[in-house]
Design a protein around this ligand. Structure first.
Ligand SMILES: C[S@@+](CC[C@H](N)C(=O)[O-])C[C@H]1O[C@@H](n2cnc3c(N)ncnc32)[C@H](O)[C@@H]1O
Length: 266
């Protein structure tokens, strides 16, 4: 298990820099605010989904619960929002308590490789910027297929490296951060989605948004480092600033992208 998000300093850092949405945004231009772009990303991803108050969505890797709240608000659907990180689940529950969507959402601890749910249960399986963490993405997708009803949809967006363009030092940096030997590219994702049994309805390459988003995250951290130094260990700030700066360079060189997939279980 990647314990990155369990570190209280990392938790505080992510929440201060990324806010409640630990995912990329869709930008209409460089001047967009991160918060508006991340809201737009959720809306664009949700657009084709036939969800209603009768639907139940399983979200895996739910972060601070912002997408669960968005889906419940937009569709009136129920959302089972799951995560392996206890720290994030506790934060998500706090952020959701007292909101109009609270009654529609349950937060549950679950590893997306081995979901504690029966077959053919959910109308939608949603995974936003979380598959990147898996050392066995084919297994995660097999689980998605298993728990979805026939006619259900899988929605994925992810930060995806372009392994064929990475030099050895860049490969080593990605492997070190994500604790994995295999770095899957966008076509690998498409193949794994189909191999799990899905019909792949759509794949969009959102590279340009990855570049803008990565710059904005790095720049926000640079601005806030003096303020955060009082509450976050300097080593945590330095390590994250270094890796987030490296990801900017990779995105600018089109070695790191942002992709969206919509798939269907017939
Ligand atoms: C970059 S964050 C994205 C969070 C959220 N989807 C969002 O967009 O705000 C990655 C998420 O994946 C979760 N994650 C990592 N490994 C996981 C696993 N094995 N099972 C379930 N969730 C996992 C992390 O705890 C974290 O919540």
């Amino acid at each position: 298990m990647d314990l990155h998000y369990e570190d209280p300093d990392v938790d505080l850092l992510y929440n201060r820099i990324w806010g409640e949405d630990i995912h990329y945004g869709i930008y209409s231009g460089e001047d967009d605010r991160i918060e508006d772009a991340t809201q737009r990303a959720k809306a664009v991803m949700a657009e084709p989904l036939p969800l209603s108050p009768d639907s139940v969505v399983l979200e895996v890797g739910c972060g601070y619960g912002a997408t669960a709240r968005f889906l419940a608000e937009r569709f009136g659907c129920r959302v089972v929002a799951t995560n392996i990180s206890k720290a994030q689940l506790a934060h998500a529950a706090r952020s959701t308590a007292g909101t109009p969507q609270a009654a529609l959402i349950t937060f549950e601890e679950a590893d997306y490789h081995t979901l504690p749910y029966e077959n053919n249960l959910f109308d939608c399986w949603w995974c936003q910027e979380a598959l990147v963490h898996s050392p066995d993405k084919a297994q995660v997708l097999a689980e998605a297929y298993r728990v979805l009803k026939h006619g259900g949809h899988a929605v994925i967006s992810d930060q995806i490296f372009r392994p064929d363009r990475l030099d050895p030092a860049e490969r080593a940096a990605v492997r070190a951060r994500y604790h994995t030997d295999s770095i899957a590219g966008p076509e690998d994702y498409a193949v794994m989605i189909r191999n799990a049994g899905f019909e792949l309805l759509e794949h969009r390459d959102w590279q340009e948004h990855a570049t803008i988003h990565r710059r904005k995250i790095r720049d926000r951290l640079a601005e806030l480092i003096p303020e955060l130094s009082g509450s976050i260990a300097p080593e945590t700030l330095r390590r994250n600033y270094d890796s987030w700066s490296a990801w900017v360079t990779l995105a600018e060189e089109k070695k790191l992208g942002f992709d969206y997939y919509l798939a269907h279980k017939r």
